[in-house]
Design a protein around this ligand. Structure first.
Ligand SMILES: Cc1ncc(COP(=O)(O)O)c(C=O)c1O
Length: 365
């Protein structure tokens, strides 16, 4: 029987509050309109065509994805402007991108000549060109070239037959480690400024730069306002999570994704165990500082330890739980939670309104 209310759902279930979701989508869309940049949300957060359709209806220009496989799922769902925001490497991927390029506007990230060459080959052989954006490292220290090396790398990439340089992009993931709002603000401003300055360097060297694309949820609001930025790619903002609350990006009331779980054991007054472990909540730490694996909503208690199917709540002073009780948990990182489940349950208040298929789940190639 199809559950009509949260109470009737079997646990653990991942809930998405559709009212909060739509509010989050509308807020980021109007923010980017006001800043005069195109919004290209990162769909790796939800992997749901239904949610991407809401983003498009609110004014998103296209989607970002992390994997060629995700791009294929969203192309099948009718999305015709996709950016694989990742340094994709491999001729097999290049061949799949060639097929995708026939279905709409497409671009891919690159950060090396060797990697770019593997993508160029199938396009060159068929007399086509794949749009690429050069990934710039604005301080995260993951992938991407440092701004001072960007011209030297962009030049050979731009001249590879089979490729067309569309622009530059970055992701200030180090914003997730900002201990204070001031630190986070500085990271966001530098994300925009360093990328815009790199774009100017490339143009001064005679290289084409149409797109200057920043993007992460904590930095989006500030980074997108820096002159020269043309596009923003936040992902997590549709759901938010305990880390965004801890970073001050949003309040608990802005968190759309929660997990409903059942207390299955209360072995001691200071310990209660729910039927949601790492396979439901993921083991991702709270950021910017570690602090358990999920907040019990409406309580001070939080999940302190996880095993695969057990979430161990450290019961806060003055609180208690009983076996059979249902709790709502705000996870640390909503993107990885969505990826652990085949479907998300769309709710409005206590009512179940929709089942959202996580269609691009598992498309890691
Ligand atoms: C390249 C890239 N762009 C955009 C995003 C979206 O960032 P967020 O989830 O903070 O909104 C990510 C997230 O990992 C990313 O890796």
């Amino acid at each position: 029987m199809q559950a009509r209310s949260i109470e009737e759902l079997s646990t653990p279930s991942v809930l998405v509050d559709l009212d909060v979701l739509e509010r989050n989508i509308a807020r980021m869309a109007s923010r980017s309109r006001e800043a005069g940049v195109r919004l290209r949300p990162h769909a790796k957060t939800h992997k749901c065509p239904e949610i991407a359709r809401l983003q498009r209806a609110a004014g998103a220009w296209g989607l970002s994805v992390a994997k060629v496989g995700e791009a294929e799922v969203f192309a099948d769902a009718g999305f015709d402007d996709l950016f694989v925001a990742y340094p994709v490497v491999g001729e097999d991927k290049g061949r799949r991108l060639l097929v995708l390029a026939d279905r709409g506007r497409l671009a891919v990230g690159v950060d090396s000549v060797e990697g770019a060459r593997t993508l160029a080959a199938p396009f060159r052989e068929s007399g086509r060109a794949l749009d690429v954006l050069l990934k710039i490292d604005v301080g995260y220290g993951r992938v991407g070239v440092l701004p001072e090396r960007a011209v030297a790398l962009a030049r050979p990439i731009a001249h590879l037959p089979g490729l067309r340089l569309r622009g530059v992009f970055t992701h200030a993931g180090h914003g997730y480690l900002a201990e204070t709002g001031a630190e986070g603000g500085e990271i966001a401003r530098l994300e925009g400024k360093r990328l815009a300055a790199t774009a100017a360097d490339l143009r001064a060297a005679g290289l084409p730069v149409e797109e200057v694309s920043v993007g992460s949820t904590p930095t989006a609001a500030l980074a997108m306002r820096i002159p020269g930025v043309t596009e923003c790619r936040p992902g997590n903002y549709v759901f938010h999570d305990a880390s965004q609350v801890a970073l001050g990006t949003c309040g608990v009331e802005d968190c759309a994704l929660t997990v409903v779980a059942t207390v299955v054991s209360v072995p001691a007054p200071d310990r209660a165990v729910v039927d949601a472990g790492s396979k439901t909540l993921s083991s991702d730490p709270l950021r910017p500082r570690p602090g358990g694996y999920g907040q019990v909503l409406g309580r001070a208690s939080r999940i302190e330890k996880l095993s695969e199917e057990h979430g161990v709540i450290a019961v806060a002073e003055g609180e208690s739980f009983h076996v059979g009780e249902r709790v709502r948990i705000l996870p640390n990182h909503a993107c990885v939670v969505a990826n652990l489940h085949d479907r998300l349950v769309g709710v409005s208040g206590d009512r179940v309104e929709a089942v959202l298929a996580v269609a691009a789940r598992g498309r890691v190639r």
